[in-house]
Write a protein that binds this ligand. Structure first.
Ligand code: FES
Length: 132
């Protein structure tokens, strides 16, 4: 009479169930346990440069690039000057924190890497700083 109950399984460990998604990586740097991380490929055709870095969904691409030794020029670091501008070749980013680009520029793929956070794997053309 209770045989149907014996097949019921309850996941009592929601933390471990999140780990089964391969896109979710632990990131303890900012006290957050799990977040998605995307592959961001940065290219600068004028220098023949291309490198792919892992960028958590909550992090600005410029900062993660700098940690990887990729020198994208910057100034305000708050999406207001466009020194760090790039252009998305493929993929998507969150630009909700920027205040400089027009809607048309955003539609054309321009991004401000200091506030752009990846929402998919993406490729972005940038202009690296001279001191690379
Ligand atoms: S550094 Fe000013 S907009 Fe990115």
């Amino acid at each position: 009479m209770h045989s149907s109950l014996s097949t019921l399984t309850v996941n009592s460990d929601p933390v471990n169930s999140e780990q089964s998604n391969s896109e979710i990586q632990p990131d303890l740097r900012k006290g957050k346990r799990f977040m998605k991380t995307y592959k961001v490929t940065l290219i600068d055709n004028s220098r023949g440069f291309q490198q792919t870095i892992d960028v958590p969904e909550t992090e600005a691409i410029l900062m993660e690039a700098a940690e990887a030794g990729i020198k994208i020029p910057f100034e305000c670091v708050m999406g207001a000057c466009a020194i760090c501008q790039g252009k998305v070749i493929s993929g998507t980013v969150d630009l909700s924190e920027q205040s400089f680009l027009s809607a048309r520029e955003i539609d054309e793929g321009y991004v401000l890497t200091c506030v752009a956070k990846p929402t998919s794997d993406c490729t972005i053309e940038v202009q690296l700083d001279d001191y690379l």
